[in-house]
Unconditional design. Structure first.
Lengths: 185, 85
């Protein structure tokens, strides 16, 4: 792991990603677009039955239709897999010492930042709307001391639980503020 | 008057037989399109695999995800070629 190496005594407490419902919503347009060739087929079939032999000139050969449909679906699949990759590689890694914020914007476009839990001043959660309330996802804001810096992760699963984990660990660190927690990081 | 009846009428827009045109175009462009699609897919798969293994942080999801990608893509490419001879 070249992006960040765990220090002696440091261990990962939880890895946080966005809620799977968000992934499903992002994949939904690809699913709908994948149905377009079938809708076209149904449409031309209907027009063919209604118009008789006059519309037969619009039809491509079956092999060519399969080829173009498969090509179209392959492009859609590549787009959907890119969404899945970005979803999986965007994450927060919370250790007992710090939070590592990894944002994957696209291929070869990535941002990694980390901050010590000892610097955390405030953790807030925001859950707005019916679906986020029912399904259980929302925004998590972590404000750090020193400079005015705010780390945000949108649409994470169960933000209250993550907030509790962070605040518990922050309290533990402040209670046992030993040099091992601050040296070398 | 007999000479007039033997002359074929002029056709200002001569047409190429439809079957000939379609078969020639299809035969010419399908291998090229497939080759381009395969090269793009191969590059994409290499890049995606690099990101999954490099930045996945030992995630158990990397291998199943790439296996799914290769399986679905392979199926679609076979589907593309299945109707052609």
């Amino acid at each position: 792991m070249e992006e960040f190496d765990l220090q002696p005594g440091e261990h990962i407490m939880i890895t946080v990603r966005q809620h799977p419902f968000v992934l499903a919503m992002r994949l939904l347009p690809f699913l709908l677009l994948a149905l377009v060739p079938d809708l076209f087929g149904m449409f031309f079939s209907f027009v063919g039955h209604a118009g008789g032999a006059q519309t037969s000139g619009l039809a491509l050969s079956a092999g060519l239709t399969r080829f173009l449909t498969g090509f179209y679906w392959l492009i859609l699949w590549i787009g959907a897999f890119t969404v899945l990759t970005k979803f999986a590689l965007t994450q927060w890694i919370i250790t007992n010492v710090r939070i590592v914020d990894i944002k994957q914007y696209g291929f070869f476009s990535r941002e990694v930042s980390s901050f010590l839990l000892l610097r955390v001043q405030d953790v807030t959660t925001e859950i707005y709307g019916v679906l986020p309330t029912l399904i259980g996802y929302g925004k998590l804001n972590v404000e750090t001391a020193g400079n005015i810096e705010k780390f945000t992760m949108d649409t994470v699963s169960h933000p209250q639980r993550i907030r509790d984990i962070i605040m518990d660990q922050v309290a533990d660190l402040h209670a046992t503020d030993t040099p091992a927690n601050t040296d070398g990081l | 008057m007999n000479a007039d009846t033997n002359v074929a009428p002029l056709n200002p827009f001569p047409t190429i037989p439809g079957n000939f045109s379609t078969s020639m175009n299809t035969a010419a462009f399908i291998p090229v399109v497939f080759l381009i699609a395969f090269v793009i897919w191969l590059l994409y798969t290499l890049v995606a695999g690099y990101h999954w293994f490099r930045y996945g942080h030992q995630s158990w999801l990397a291998v199943p995800a790439l296996a799914l990608h290769i399986f679905v893509s392979g199926f679609l490419m076979l589907y593309m070629m299945s109707g052609l001879r």
